[in-house]
Design a binder for this molecule. Structure first.
Ligand code: AAO
Length: 513
């Protein structure tokens, strides 16, 4: 018996990397893409904590190359020069202040860890980096780390170009360069230790976990080797023995030999099928319809729910990078996007991440957005603009702030309210009108058909009058939007016309009059 308990305890400790380390009843995180640390600190205090957001994925905090052609693209931050905390988002002091202030209000910080590679091979030599550290891509010298030629994979890659040429060859994908990015030799203990040292500095500051960038391009065992060197989380905010939350960026749409499941031993994995499929369904492409969402999740061939990190769009596929293609819904398709995010947040599958973007001058030529490189809103000197807040609570300076859209923010709250409740009371009309509940805590209904809907359906909720949290919410014991009356038998009538601003309605027990 004792041995069994010990084994269980040990298992409990080593399995901690799947737990997002959010405070109880905070069930989603938001990616504040390219935000400055000082703006995130304020957002934690003034908006995220009061609205029940669990945490923030921040852009890579370590020093990166400065690219001027094109002019300061967002993707320069995926080309590390050193592990100094020093980027357009801010310096180390500002980073520490953000982590402290966010943690103090129960909002966790997750760092995007770019550790598969350094900058591109054509980066040149000099000090054109965000902290002025010298580097030379010709000799593969990064003295501010330090890394030198021995620390890169060149010898191991067997393609003529040194690049990944074929995603069907698992060796190329792990041992060759991803779009010319200098590929670190992660089998070396020195490289593993250097990466772990960087991540441990962040853990000691108080971060709660990491997104592992380009995880598909590293061997799962190499990732495990540096994760095994990580500290437990800072006990100022986390209980003794807490491991960092790990989610690995592995693009597995089912068409390549590398599978997301190979990485489950290390932590969660991004489920890219989720956004690609949900976009296809809501756009009604390929004969898809919402009625088919009845067995959404594992039933659609997705990974196990407790291993999945899910999202409707991410910083890559919202602008045609990465994978997912044209079906991906983004803020540019606002009406369908809100439905997709609403569906995701209501549905129990996976751990959810909400995207928060900046606007750019999207411009398609031959089906490709030629402005996909545009960096964050910035001043003439290249510095990132502040996130300003308008009187109506939206953001200024071209920050989109999807997480502040009423429908999305209220669904983040919905997910917290229904946390732990089963998927229940599914209803559909065989087409694109569907509904489901979460036990006796919440209910959501969609009309994505092009005809009006009026139906009586079982909600599973206690009798009473509820405020729809999509068209409005409950304020001072009144509904600012639609009202829904649930009768004694749990049934309610829902009407959604095709011209509704948002063709879906959501109610939950915290929005009951
Ligand atoms: C930039 C320039 C490059 C230049 C390089 C170095 O754009 O021209 O060579 O600098 O100077 C970001 C940008 C890149 C940028 C890079 C560095 O997106 O454009 O390069 O920063 O500044 C793959 C990886 C995945 C990666 C994704 C973008 O597997 O890890 O590409 N995402 C992360 C980050 C991302 C970042 C990096 C990694 C690098 O989120 O922001 O790059 O740190 C297939 C594979 C996927 C592969 C895609 C794209 O996908 O499966 O693994 O993603 O191709 O190459 C269908 C298929 C699907 C396929 C897809 C696209 O949907 O089903 O499997 O088509 O073909």
């Amino acid at each position: 018996m004792k041995i069994l308990l010990l084994l269980l305890a040990a298992a409990g400790l080593c399995w901690g990397q799947y737990n997002p380390n959010t405070v109880p009843k905070r069930t989603s995180i938001v990616h504040l893409f390219e935000w400055r640390w000082q703006d995130i600190a304020e957002e934690c205090e003034r908006y995220l904590a009061p609205n029940g957001f669990g945490g923030v994925q921040v852009s890579p905090p370590n020093e990166n190359i400065v690219i001027t052609n094109p002019n300061r693209p967002w993707w320069e931050r995926y080309q590390p020069i050193s592990y100094k905390i020093c980027t357009r988002s801010g310096n180390e002091e500002q980073f520490k202040d953000m982590v402290k202030r966010c943690n103090n209000v129960g909002v966790r910080i997750y760092v995007d860890a770019v550790v598969n590679h350094m900058c591109g091979a054509a980066g040149g030599s000099g000090t054109h980096s965000t902290c002025g550290s010298y580097f030379n891509t010709g000799t593969e010298d990064f003295p501010a780390v330090p890394y030198s030629g021995w620390d890169f994979n060149d010898g191991k890659c067997h393609t003529g170009s040194g690049e990944i040429e074929n995603y069907g060859d698992i060796y190329q994908v792990r041992d060759c360069r991803l779009s010319s990015l200098l590929d670190l030799a992660l089998e070396k203990d020195y490289v593993r230790s250097t990466i772990a040292e960087y991540m441990n500095r962040l853990i000691d500051i108080g971060v709660a976990g990491f997104r592992i960038d380009a995880a598909k391009h590293m061997w799962p065992g190499d990732i495990k080797a540096f994760l095994d060197k990580l500290h437990n989380l800072n006990t100022q905010w986390f209980s003794e023995g807490t491991k960092p939350f790990i989610y690995q960026e592995v693009i597995d749409l089912g068409t390549e030999p590398i599978k997301g499941s190979e990485y489950f031993g290390n932590g969660r994995v991004t489920e890219f099928k989720y956004g690609a499929k949900l976009g296809t369904v809501l756009r009604k492409w390929d004969g898809e319809k919402m009625a088919y969402l009845k067995n959404w999740g594992e039933g659609w061939g997705f990974m196990p729910s407790d291993r999945a990190l899910v999202f409707v769009d991410n910083h890559d596929n919202q602008r045609g990078h990465g994978a997912g293609g044209a079906s991906i819904l983004t803020f540019w398709d606002a009406r369908l996007y809100k439905m997709a995010v609403g569906f995701m947040l209501a549905h129990p599958y996976g751990f959810t991440r909400v995207m928060s973007s900046f606007r750019w001058p999207r411009y398609f030529q031959n089906g490709k957005d030629v402005n996909d490189w545009y960096g964050p809103p910035s001043n003439a000197d290249g510095s990132t603009k502040a996130v300003t807040i308008n009187a109506d609570t939206t953001c200024g300076n071209d920050w989109v702030c999807e997480h502040r859209w009423r429908q999305i923010r209220n669904m983040v709250i919905f997910r917290n309210v229904v946390d732990g409740e089963p998927f229940s009371n599914w209803w559909d009309n065989g087409s694109n009108q569907v509904a489901f509940g979460r036990g006796n805590k919440g209910f959501i209904i969609f009309n994505n058909d092009n005809w009006n809907m009026s139906v009586d359906v079982q909600t599973g909720l206690p009798a009473g009058t509820y405020c729809d949290v999509i068209s409005g919410q409950k304020e001072n014991n009144k509904c600012t939007g639609k009202q829904v009356v649930v009768s004694g038998d749990g049934k309610a009538n829902f009407q959604i016309n095709t011209d509704a601003e948002d063709p879906f309605i959501a109610i939950h027990v915290d929005a009951k009059l």
